[in-house]
Design a protein around this ligand. Structure first.
Ligand code: GUN
Ligand code: ZN
Length: 428
């Protein structure tokens, strides 16, 4: 029989969206959760669950919050080693720091080393699923999926395709991008907990022929996600206009090649025009907010309130290594600050929802991960709300649970992560 564990603590589940109505009404706290065979077998009152599951091993987390593991909806695992590189804006940052580092991933040993380093770091920060860009090298995709598979971890990833405006050694072609992506997709998609995302980097680094080939591949595999970047910096948008003079706007450079759809996942989406917003909403595409990256690279302020009000599907992400942290707590803090700069502070319940359910919805995985509920996969994080003296002294005078949680969002890091469960096993 599968090992059964009963975890006691302050178990946080979402029963609805905290962006509709009173944010706290969307949250329910329970006393315990039972994990069995990689799934959540029960949630509820501790004594009742104890009687119903007398064979379960009991782990008492006291006042710690037990919630779904964080879901990071847009990352570049190959940028792990060059995170926090100084002083550039997007295009110069790519050319100066990113492309030279990504060049190294043709070496499978290096790719495996960074994939494992990245998954170790993110697990320590409470992130249990991420959607990652790899590099143009198939070796980088194999390394990431193999590392995740060995950990029984749910991840989404794909080969980053580029056939122009990138250095020699970091370019494929329309045909090799299609062929290699297809081989990788067939090798990894829906194997164990892995899913493949078709991944054109962004319009400036793909010829129209390559975008067309990616669109054709997606049409043949519509159940796959398609991830890319959209409207991150104003200089980038001006460059897209020069490269695609016929296009109505940036989104049109994807749309006209079949790269707009419900399973599209678009990173950054800051400087959107009205037509782009409407089209993204119409097709129910996912928009990913990358707040630490958007401030670090100097990109701009995402319109969370407006986009949520209009009914967009929104997720949250670190954008490692354009983002300046591996921590989804830090990312939530940054989203809060950007909300403040736009005159709309986000509630702690909204921040936690974005980093779990919101991101899982964006990746079309919310029926499996991102929440604590019966039958969901057991990817969990246990949060210590008093992990440092600075946080503890603020938490000690909190009037309610939300005031107790918020200092950990604003000031917490990997020290706040008391325990992490991936696929029903405690890993960190
Ligand atoms: N746009 C195209 N590539 C990238 C990347 O690697 N990081 C970020 N932040 N934006 C991009
Ligand atoms: Zn990115």
């Amino acid at each position: 029989m599968a090992q059964k564990t009963l975890l006691k603590g302050r178990v946080l589940s979402f029963t609805g969206s905290p962006f509709e109505g009173e944010p706290t009404d969307a949250v329910e706290f329970s006393e315990a959760v039972v994990v069995e065979g990689g799934h959540i077998a029960a949630v509820g009152d501790a004594d009742t669950l104890r009687s119903a599951h007398p064979d379960a091993q009991v782990v008492d987390h006291g006042q710690h919050v037990i919630m779904a593991g964080f879901v990071d909806a847009h990352v570049h695992y190959p940028q792990t080693a060059m995170i926090a590189s100084w002083g550039k804006r997007l295009i110069d940052w790519l050319n100066t720091y990113t492309f030279p580092e990504e060049m190294k991933f043709g070496d499978p040993t290096y790719a495996a080393e960074i994939a494992n380093r990245y998954l170790d770091l993110t697990a320590a920060h409470g992130t249990t699923t991420m959607c990652s860009f790899c590099t143009i090298h198939p070796e980088s995709v194999d390394a990431f999926f193999a590392a995740a598979q060995a950990r029984n971890q749910r991840v989404v990833a794909g080969k980053t395709c580029m056939d122009r405006n990138a250095p020699e050694g970091l370019r494929d072609t329309a045909k090799t991008a299609y062929d290699q992506s297809e081989v990788l997709l067939e090798k990894w998609h829906r194997v164990d907990r892995l899913t493949y995302a078709i991944t054109p980097r962004f319009s400036p680094t793909s010829t129209p022929e390559q975008l067309e080939a990616m669109g054709a591949l997606w049409a043949e595999h519509p159940h796959c996600l398609m991830q890319t970047h959209l409207s991150e910096q104003t200089d980038e948008i001006a460059w897209v206009r020069e490269l695609f003079p016929e296009a109505r706007d940036y989104l049109d450079t994807y749309e006209k090649f079949g790269l707009l759809g419900s399973h599209g996942v678009y990173g950054h989406v800051i400087h959107l025009e009205a037509r782009e917003r409407d089209r993204l909403r119409e097709v129910d595409a996912a928009l990913i907010h990358c707040p630490t990256s958007n401030t670090f690279i100097g990109s701009g302020l995402f319109d969370m309130t407006g986009l949520m009000h209009d009914g967009h599907r929104v997720g949250l992400a670190t954008d490692t290594g354009g983002g300046s942290s591996f921590s989804m707590l830090h990312t939530m803090a940054s989203a809060y600050e950007i909300g403040q700069l736009r005159g709309a502070p986000l509630h702690a319940a909204q921040l936690l929802w974005l980093g779990t359910v919101g991101s899982a919805r964006s990746l079309r995985l919310d029926d499996r991960i991102g929440n604590i509920a019966l039958g969901m996969e057991a990817d969990l994080v246990v949060l210590d709300l008093a992990s440092t003296p600075a946080i503890a002294q603020r938490e000690a005078c909190a009037d309610d649970i939300w005031e107790a949680i918020f200092p950990t969002i604003m000031m917490g890091d990997d020290r706040a992560i008391a325990e992490v469960w991936i696929g029903g096993a405690a890993v960190a």
